[in-house]
Write a protein that binds this ligand. Structure first.
Ligand code: SAH
Ligand code: SF4
Ligand code: F3S
Length: 446
């Protein structure tokens, strides 16, 4: 039996792609393995977003080269595939730098993986041309697992923020049709999925073909999905402030299955920095969007992305980011030091902020965001929340699930509750998880 090892880095879109590549390999007769040493095919689904992410790939490939040689000594072939955004960005360069690699395949080409593996037996191959056909039409049916699933509805980005590689690695914005998405979602729900997170680099810029041939936006898509029998929860990520249209904000107050959680990256609280980043909105616009979402959905939990040390960022400008965070209050967030990326406009700009300044700003920002996260988690203690049970818990007799605010919860219940919503009283907030006890519906109402 041939075995395949697939490892993904980076965003949820990459995780989705990795799962679909695993589907392709399964359809080819491979069994998935988590033990890289026994794999006949190794796929690294790479991320190019920051320097560290890209560096990881080459150190991993160094280890794989040794592994491949060791397996060859005992007569076992190993095919090494580099997929994802580093593959797209660096293409044939990877073959030159990493002699063990057999296949380089971009994020829009992996539906051709079978063919590429066959061709690589003769000669190492690179496939990073943006294809004319839609990969989604050429992938085997999705093998579902679990209660909560990602579903790619939109890909690529036309926004060209000055720091970002995504428009280059993923290409232009493309939306799948409502019908294709509803079909995939329906199949997921039949397979036991109860929560679907719609994903896209700019998911709220979604504009696919609707049932009537007219263009459908994200609120229209969300409404189509909430009608699928068995769907309990919908989420979407990641979105851009400029695409938070009025009808999408309204949808947060109108679609019961849409969970009260919004990941809306802002990057900076300084108008000068936002302009230099080419974000095309100011801090006030962001504050206004948040206020409007909170007006229709007061219990919404907020999340964001931040970059510190963008070229030219002053202490005063960084303080504006701190002020925005202090004012808004986030339940969770991701924050990064600016990392110059080859091929992006900002990479050529002068005035890089010194590394120690970046580190100091990141520590300050993360300190504030951590405090906010802990306060948010602590505020859940004593409340009764609906938990969607996803799996067995860490200890026997326990199950684990998520709150509407995406907080993980452990509590005692039989595994027969997996896939259902259980009201749970939160009794304690740990560092990574909440702990609670199931209550009857009547108790929850009291
Ligand atoms: N489409 C999303 C973001 C995708 S990338 C959006 O528009 O917000 C995820 C996050 O990585 C970004 O929000 C940004 O905070 C961070 N990021 C992207 N490029 C970066 C870079 N060159 N250096 C540091 N962080 C970066
Ligand atoms: Fe990158 Fe900006 Fe596009 Fe987000 S909107 S993917 S940060 S270019
Ligand atoms: Fe990374 Fe590509 Fe996602 S660069 S963040 S894997 S779109």
């Amino acid at each position: 039996m041939k075995k395949a090892f697939v490892k993904s880095y980076g965003c949820q879109m990459n995780a989705y792609d990795a799962a679909r590549m695993a589907d392709v390999l399964t359809a080819e007769g491979y069994t998935p393995t988590e033990v890289v040493e026994e794999a006949d095919v190794v796929v690294l689904n790479t991320c190019h977003i920051r320097e560290k992410a890209a560096d990881k790939v080459y150190s991993e490939l160094g280890r794989l080269r040794v592994l491949k040689a060791a397996r060859a000594e005992v007569g076992q072939d190993t095919t090494i595939v580099v997929a994802g955004c580093v593959a797209q960005a660096e293409g044939a360069e990877i073959l030159a730098r990493a002699p063990a690699v057999d296949v380089v395949v971009g994020p829009q080409n992996y539906h051709r993986l079978t063919d590429l593996l066959a061709r690589s037996r003769v000669k190492r191959v690179v496939d990073t041309e943006f294809p004319v056909e839609d990969k989604f039409d050429h992938l085997p049916a999705r093998r579902t697992q679990g209660v909560s699933a990602f579903l790619t509805v939109q890909e690529g980005c036309d926004k060209f923020c000055a720091f970002c590689v995504v428009p280059y690695t993923r290409g232009a914005e493309v939306s799948r049709s409502v019908a294709a998405i509803v079909a995939e979602a329906t199949a997921l729900v039949r397979g036991g999925v109860r929560e679907i997170t719609l994903i896209g680099q700019n998911v709220n810029a979604y504009h696919g073909h609707g049932a009537d041939g007219a263009s459908a936006n994200l609120p229209v898509l969300l409404r189509a999905l909430q009608d699928i029998p068995g769907i309990l929860r919908l989420r979407y990520t990641t979105s851009h402030p400029n695409d938070m249209a009025a009808d999408l904000i309204a949808a947060h107050g109108e679609i019961p299955a849409l969970m009260p959680y919004l990941h809306l990256p802002v990057q900076s609280g300084s108008d000068r920095v936002l302009k230099a980043m080419n974000r095309k909105h100011d801090a006030e616009t962001y504050r206004d969007i948040i206020a409007r979402v909170r007006a229709v959905r007061p219990d919404v939990a907020l999340s964001s992305d931040f970059i510190v040390g963008f070229p030219g960022e002053t202490d005063a400008e960084f303080d504006e980011t701190m002020r925005l965070v202090a004012e808004i209050g986030f339940a969770s967030a991701y924050s990064f030091k600016y990392s110059p990326r080859p091929g992006t406009p900002a990479a050529d700009w002068a005035d890089p902020v010194p590394e120690d300044v970046k580190s100091r700003r990141l520590a300050a920002l993360q300190g504030l965001l951590d405090d906010q996260r802990h306060a948010f988690n602590a505020a859940a203690v004593g409340t009764v929340v609906e938990v969607l049970v996803e799996k067995a818990g860490r200890h026997p007799g326990q199950v684990a699930g998520k709150t509407p605010h995406l907080l993980p919860v452990q509590f005692d219940a039989p595994t027969s509750t997996i896939g259902t919503l259980v009201p749970v009283r939160i009794v304690r907030a740990g560092s990574n998880s909440l702990f609670g006890e199931a209550v009857s519906d009547a108790a929850a109402a009291a």
